[in-house]
Ligand binder design. Structure first.
Ligand code: GTP
Ligand code: MG
Length: 431
């Protein structure tokens, strides 16, 4: 059996048979926005300032992150008549949230309870809590996507033309991308024509399976490998969550005993450097910084020199989503890349692109632009908790073929999760 088949087989038993994967930290490897819109810049400035301010409260180092208080939930009513179609996205999101919270409990328990042996059982409560949080984080996307599929299928004795049209509409509006939506609908239509797929329930399972297949292909993990330090260059347009993601990744790796050095190569704003310094202090990672406005490539060089001198395991380089000079952002990234390679052979070992899921389809175009210019090795998809557009991850995996390594489902440290496709699909489709 090929490695890929083995991966898939293990995956299917996980998704459709048993438990969600409880892995905490990965142990295995596998645009031009020369100028961004003014409004976005201002919004981000404010966000970042706020995030710096809040940083000290928000980032407990090696302290267990508290579970959000359990919310009173009503028993989910099975086979209830579907709610009316929501007229706008906001309303749809609200419905999704409710639905997600309702559905959250049971499936989370299932996923958490089905362990395999004593060892798994010990980790069960924590896994259960994490799965619940994932479900809650994805509740808006579930409302804007899976719940709409369910509404389209509800009460239909057989899959007919009308069902296919409704399905097409849901997929197209769920931000998974035109190409991927059309592909999925055509596959379904072909099976319907061949009379292989007539039952709406089977159609739902088919979709879940296909989405899972698409996601599993691009599941990846941040593995430091044998050569240390492992250097990760973190890129993305402004405000997507680069700095926060770096802080969270650093926290996870220092917590397991790795030595982490962070390079503050976003010299665009003084606040950005300060934001990183706070993270570094909180998580026990060293931050290498120069003055505001200095050359990002020079910061990168010094960071790598410091990392070598200290025997670091992981280096994370924060970069700007915009520049104070007229230099093209992509050119700047290329320069950082070249300079990194001079300090450490083969560095950066990974270019990690951070994408904000609330931007929907735009995230896919950003990824294409970055990838064409500097070759992106991995993706982090943030802010899945704040959007109904989380379906974009399906389009990202289907169209880009770049491993998704982390997903962000909130602002807590452990809300940045190693991407686990099986768990993700289970959380998205559970009801
Ligand atoms: N809800 C939520 N908020 C997030 C997530 N990831 C990041 N954020 C928030 O997004 C805002 C911007 O994050 P930053 O990390 O500063 O973004 P950035 O890409 O470094 O921004 P620039 O440095 O301006 O380019 C902050 O308020 C973060 O707390 C997430 O997964 N969920
Ligand atoms: Mg930043």
């Amino acid at each position: 059996m090929s490695e890929e088949q083995q991966k898939k087989q293990g995956f299917f038993s996980k998704v459709f048979g048993k438990k969600a994967n409880e892995e905490e930290l990965p142990t295995e490897e596998t645009p031009e926005r020369e100028e961004v819109e003014e409004a976005a810049e201002e919004a981000t400035e404010a966000q970042v300032a706020q995030s710096v301010e809040q940083g000290t409260e928000k980032l407990p180092v090696r302290e267990p992150v508290e579970e959000p208080p359990a919310e009173p939930v009503e028993e989910p009513v099975v086979k209830e008549a579907p709610p009316e179609e929501q007229p706008d996205e906001e309303a749809g999101e609200e419905a999704g949230e409710e639905a997600g919270e309702e559905a959250g409990e049971e499936a989370g328990e299932e996923a958490g309870e089905e362990g395999d042996g004593a060892e798994a059982d010990e980790a069960a409560p924590e896994r259960k809590g994490l799965f619940k949080r994932l479900k809650k984080g994805l509740s808006r996307t579930r409302g804007g996507f899976v719940k709409k599929i369910d509404r389209a299928l509800f009460g239909k004795p057989v899959v007919d033309e009308e069902t296919l049209e409704a399905l097409e509409e849901v997929l197209l509006t769920a931000d998974i991308g035109v190409a991927t939506s059309m592909k999925l609908v055509e596959e379904v239509a072909e099976r319907v024509r061949r009379k292989e797929l007539t039952d709406p329930e089977v159609l739902r399972v088919h979709l879940k399976t296909r989405i899972a297949e698409i996601l599993i292909e691009d599941e990846g993990h941040l593995d430091l490998g044998p050569k240390r330090p492992y250097v990760v260059l973190v890129v993305g347009v402004n405000g997507v969550g680069k700095t926060t993601t770096i802080g969270k990744i650093a926290a996870q790796f220092t917590a397991r005993g790795d030595k982490v050095v962070i390079g503050a190569a976003d010299t665009f704003r003084a606040a950005a450097i300060e934001q990183l310094a706070i993270w570094g202090e909180r998580v026990g990672a060293q931050v290498i910084k120069h003055e505001h406005g200095s050359d990002p490539a020079a910061v990168t060089f010094d960071t790598l020199e410091a990392a070598k001198a200290r025997g670091a395991d992981l280096v994370l380089i924060d970069t700007a989503g915009r520049l104070h000079t007229k230099t093209n952002l992509m050119e700047e990234m290329k320069k950082i890349r070249r300079v990194a390679g001079k300090a450490i052979e083969g560095a950066p070992h990974e270019v990690m692109l951070v994408l904000d899921s609330t931007t929907g389809q735009n995230a896919i175009s950003q990824a294409k632009t970055f990838n064409e210019t500097i070759t992106v090795d991995s993706i982090v998809l943030t802010k899945l908790d704040g959007t109904a557009k989380g379906g974009v991850i399906v389009g990202i995996c289907d169209e880009l073929k770049i491993p998704v390594k982390f997903i962000g489902i909130g602002e807590q440290v452990d809300d940045l999760r190693p991407f686990n496709a099986a768990e993700f699909v289970e959380a998205l489709f559970s009801d």
